[in-house]
Design a protein around this ligand. Sequence first.
Ligand SMILES: [Zn+2]
Length: 186
Amino acid sequence: MSIAILRLDLAGQPRGWCSPEQAATAYVKGDVSWTLGDPAIILHGGVQRISGRQSLLEIPPIIAMRGRVVGSFSLSLNNKALFRRDQHICLYCGHETHRSLLTRDHVIPVSRGGRDVWANCVSACKSCNNRKGDRTPEEADMPLLAVPFTPNPWEYTFLERDRILGDQMEYLRQQFSDHRNWSRVA
Ligand SMILES: [Zn+2]
């Protein structure tokens, strides 16, 4: 998987990931205010006409953007991040399950007014999801092993990607809550 660059706003809040090429463009345009970490990747630029040398651009793993960050950033619920939040464990039977066999379970079923939000969704294996059906955990006598929570921007940014560089992990983990044993997910 390719390397992604962690994008921050001026205040240091995570604003998602971008490609090294997008980071280079922002850098050249003067949109990068400050950076953190050792160079993550070196991009080859054009050949300079006079010297004949090819220019090199070192891209740091973390860049902070000047002004308003372009591009939307929302903590949107998606299965990949949800399953990573729950460490690929079914929150009903406790079995670690491959992501292809996990499902998104609504703790309070949607048909009963439950919302499709982080705090009402958990990872569940197919058999637990089927067994629970259209019931609440209490009705099904299937207590949750952990309380579902909404990740903060640092946690969400971490959950979004499988491959994270050391400097990026170090930066993000500063704001991890104690909801989970986060080191296990990495
Ligand atoms: Zn299960």
